[in-house]
Design a protein around this ligand. Structure first.
Ligand SMILES: Cc1cc2nc3c(=O)[nH]c(=O)nc-3n(C[C@H](O)[C@H](O)[C@H](O)COP(=O)(O)OP(=O)(O)OC[C@H]3O[C@@H](n4cnc5c(N)ncnc54)[C@H](O)[C@@H]3O)c2cc1C
Length: 395
C-alpha cells in the first residue's frame, strides 16, 4: 500500500507534483538524457517558478501547504527521479546547498544566493571530495586561511566529482582552518562565487549514467572571498557537514525510490504484455518472484524514507536523525539498483537496448546512487555505530 505515512494534504501534494512533472519534466527528459543543458536549466527554472524548491524552507514558502517540510521536498525529488534521475540530481544538489545556506549563512550572502537557488534562477554546488579523499572526508587537504590584513578568506585546494561544477553560481567549499587539531574541530565551510578569481574547472567527467548532470573538478588557487562568506562559526564546518548529510540522505531516499518505481513500472508493463511459451510472462512463477522481491523492497524504501522525512519535520535533532536518514539512503538506493537489474532481466534483450524504452538508462543511472552522498558501506557504519555506541570502529 502506498503513502501509508502521508496525510491527506501530503497525498494531494503528491498528485499535484506528479501532474507537474508529467507536464514539464516528461517532455524534457530525453533532451536532458542527450545532455542538452538548456533543457535542465529551463526545467529548474520551471520548478523554481512553481515554488517547488521551497517547501522545506518555511520562511520562503508561499504555497498552499499548511505544514510544508522535508516530506514535500522528498516527494518532489522522488517524482523527478521517476522521470529523470539526472535532472533530479541537479535539484538535490541545489537543495543540499540551500540547506546550510539557509541555516548558517550570514545576511548578505544568504540574501544573494538563497533566493536565487530557491527560485530556480541560481544553482549551487557542494565541494567536499578530493583526489585522495572521498568517504574519509575528514582527511581533506583543501585549506581556508583567514587573512587579517584584508579581512578575507583564502581558499587553496582541488575538489573532484563535484556536481554542477562550472554551471553553479555558488560553491559551498569545505576546508581545513586549523590543521593542528582533528578535522572535526578544525574544518570550516565557506561560500565561493562562480566568478571568484583563482577558481577554475579543469575537467568535466563522462559518466555511464546520470547524463545531463554536469560533474567535474574545481581548483582553488589563492581564491579570496570576503570574511562574511564563512558559514557559521570558524572550525564548525564538520558539524555543518554532518547536518547537511542527514538532510541529503533523506533526499537521496526519495531519489532511490523514484528510480526504483520507474524500473518497476516498466517491468510490470512488460511482463503483462510479453508472451513466452504461449503465456504471458507475468503468468510465470519465476516472474512472480522477481515482482514480489521488487515490490517489498520498494515498500520498505518508501516507509524508511518517509519515516526519516517525518522525523525531520517533527524537529528531531541531528544526532537522532543520523540513523534513520542513513537507513533511508541505504535501502532506497540499493532498492533502485536491485529493481533496475531485475527489470532488465524481465525485459531480456529489450532491457539492454536504447531502442526499447528506458530500462537500460535506468540501469546505468541507478549505479551512482549507492556511491554518492556516502557509499552503502559508509552509511552501514553510521547505522551500526548508533546501535553499538560503546564501539569505536577504526574505519
Ligand atoms: C556522479 C557523482 C556525483 C558526485 N557529486 C559530488 C558532489 O557534488 N560533491 C562532492 O563533494 N562529492 C561528490 N561526489 C563524490 C562522492 O561523494 C564520492 O565518490 C563518495 O563519497 C565515495 O568516495 P570515493 O569515490 O573517493 O571512494 P572511496 O572513498 O575511495 O571508496 C571506494 C570504495 O571503498 C569503500 N570504502 C571506503 N572506506 C571503507 C572502509 N573503511 N571500509 C570498507 N569499505 C570502505 C567505499 O564504500 C567504496 O565502495 C560525487 C560522485 C559521483 C560519482
Amino acid at each position: 500500500m502506498r503513502d501509508t505515512l502521508l496525510d491527506s494534504e501530503d497525498k494531494l501534494f503528491r498528485e499535484e507534483i506528479q501532474d507537474f512533472m508529467a507536464r514539464e519534466l516528461g517532455p524534457r527528459a530525453q533532451a536532458i538524457e542527450r545532455d542538452e543543458w538548456k533543457a535542465t536549466r529551463d526545467m529548474l527554472r520551471e520548478l523554481g517558478r512553481a515554488g517547488y524548491l521551497t517547501p522545506m524552507f518555511k520562511d520562503h514558502y508561499r504555497g498552499k501547504l499548511a505544514n510544508p517540510g522535508l516530506t514535500h521536498a522528498v516527494m518532489v525529488t522522488e517524482e523527478a527521479a521517476r522521470l529523470s534521475y539526472a535532472f533530479e540530481t541537479t535539484v538535490a544538489t541545489a537543495l543540499s546547498c540551500a540547506y546550510p545556506l539557509h541555516r548558517h549563512a550570514q545576511a548578505q550572502p544568504r540574501e544573494r544566493w538563497l533566493d536565487a537557488i530557491l527560485s530556480g534562477q541560481g544553482i549551487g554546488a557542494i565541494c567536499i571530495t578530493e583526489d585522495s579523499v572521498g568517504s574519509d572526508s575528514a582527511g581533506m587537504k583543501t585549506t581556508l586561511r583567514y587573512d587579517e590584513s584584508t579581512r578575507e578568506w583564502v581558499v587553496n585546494g582541488f575538489k573532484r566529482y563535484i556536481s554542477n561544477a562550472s554551471v553553479a553560481d555558488v560553491y559551498l567549499v569545505y576546508g581545513i582552518t586549523d590543521a593542528s587539531v582533528s578535522a572535526q574541530k578544525g574544518m570550516s565551510a565557506v561560500l565561493v562565487p562562480k566568478d571568484a578569481r583563482g577558481m577554475s574547472f579543469p575537467r568535466r567527467y563522462s559518466f555511464m549514467g546520470r547524463r545531463g548532470c554536469v560533474v567535474g573538478e574545481v581548483r582553488f588557487e589563492d581564491v579570496r572571498i570576503p570574511a562574511d562568506h564563512l558559514l557559521g562559526e570558524p572550525n564548525r564546518g564538520f558539524q555543518i557537514m554532518l547536518g547537511m548529510f542527514n538532510f541529503e540522505r533523506v533526499i537521496l531516499g526519495g531519489s532511490g525510490l523514484g528510480v526504483a518505481r520507474s524500473a518497476f513500472e516498466i517491468a510490470i508493463a512488460h511482463a503483462q504484455q510479453r508472451e513466452v511459451f504461449g503465456e504471458m510472462l507475468s503468468a510465470k512463477q519465476l516472474t512472480w518472484d522477481k515482482i514480489a522481491e521488487m515490490s517489498w523492497r520498494i515498500d520498505a524504501a518508501e516507509l524508511l524514507t518517509y519515516r526519516a522525512a517525518k522525523l525531520y519535520d517533527r524537529g528531531t535533532d541531528n544526532k537522532t536523525l543520523m540513523k534513520p536518514a542513513a537507513m533511508a539512503k541505504l535501502v532506497a538506493t540499493e532498492t533502485a539498483n536491485y529493481c533496475a537489474d531485475r527489470t532488465v532481466q524481465i525485459l531480456g534483450g529489450d532491457g539492454l537496448t536504447c531502442e526499447y524504452g528506458r530500462a537500460e538508462q535506468i540501469y546505468r543511472d541507478a549505479r551512482a546512487l549507492t556511491i554518492v552522498g556516502g557509499t552503502s558501506e559508509m552509511v552501514k557504519y553510521l547505522i551500526a555505530s548508533a546501535d553499538l555506541p560503546l564501539a569505536k570502529p577504526k574505519l
